[in-house]
Design a protein around this ligand. Structure first.
Ligand SMILES: Cc1cc2nc3c(=O)[nH]c(=O)nc-3n(C[C@H](O)[C@H](O)[C@H](O)COP(=O)(O)O)c2cc1C
Length: 237
């Protein structure tokens, strides 16, 4: 009787372990793969999007990306480029590449949000630093001059989802520029969570309305996103 019960227990445990292992393989491996290896790509080819006419050329594409905001060493070959893309010696972030695709397609200017404080070079270090920023509500100082927003009537804002939220750097940017009266579009890059309600939060922080539909970019798809971004641009024009 006891032996029968133990056998049943063992079978249940094995089934649970098998289900968990299958879940990790199906859902976990793509995440790990993307966040702990680099993706080699050809930047010029990746951003070669067809032209889309938005009826204006006064367009600013603003992006925030991990690349360029981390304490990377000067020697890029020594950098752990996990979660980043690489074209030869150049590292490229997901939102950076998507911003280049948009600019290539619709024209206008491009602006990178940069923080004075740099994040740790390791992916997990940045995840930890961002978590502290959110829990402490850190106000981030930005590096360099802000763009002259008055020159533009259309603004694209691209950001990676961080802890289901808009990164503090992007919150800081929208609080310092006047986006009222502009047509504002958003692209959110993520590792599986979608935009997670962050666009509505960004609207509230910036005190503006963001046009629909916004675009959600799964990080695994960034290098090959030119067609889907092109479709989105055609849909919003
Ligand atoms: C600090 C940090 C927090 C993140 N939090 C989330 C998250 O909550 N949900 C998610 O799907 N992806 C999350 N990610 C993954 C990024 O959103 C995703 O990899 C994005 O494409 C990175 O874009 P980038 O290369 O332009 O920085 C996080 C990444 C970092 C660095």
């Amino acid at each position: 009787m006891e032996a029968k019960k133990s056998k049943k227990k063992l079978i249940i445990i094995l089934v649970i372990v098998a289900v968990l292992a299958a879940a990790i393989v199906i859902f976990g491996v793509p995440y790990f793969k993307r966040h702990f290896i680099e993706v080699k790509m050809n930047e010029a080819e990746a951003i070669n999007t067809p032209a889309v006419d938005l009826g204006t050329k006064n367009i600013l594409t603003v992006y925030f990306t991990r690349n360029g905001n981390c304490d990377f060493e000067d020697n890029v070959d020594a950098v752990s480029s996990a979660s980043l893309m690489r074209d030869g010696d150049k590292l490229i972030g997901n939102c950076e590449l998507a911003a280049e695709m948009i600019q290539h397609s619709v024209g206008g200017d491009i602006y990178a949000i940069r923080t004075k404080k740099k994040y740790p070079s390791s992916y997990t270090g940045t995840v930890g630093a961002a978590s502290e920023e959110f829990s402490e509500g850190t106000k981030l100082e930005l590096e360099g001059e802000l763009p002259d927003i008055s020159k533009y009537d259309t603004v694209f804002i691209l950001y990676p989802l961080w802890w289901y939220k808009v990164p503090m750097a992007v919150q800081s940017f929208v609080q310092q520029v006047d986006l009222s009266g502009k047509r504002v579009y958003a692209l959110v890059s993520h590792g599986g969570s979608g935009e997670a309600g962050s666009v509505a939060a960004l609207e509230e922080t910036a005190g503006i309305k963001i046009e629909r539909p916004f675009f959600t970019l799964f990080d695994d798809d960034a290098a090959g996103a030119k067609d889907s971004i092109g479709e989105w641009l055609n849909a919003i024009k």
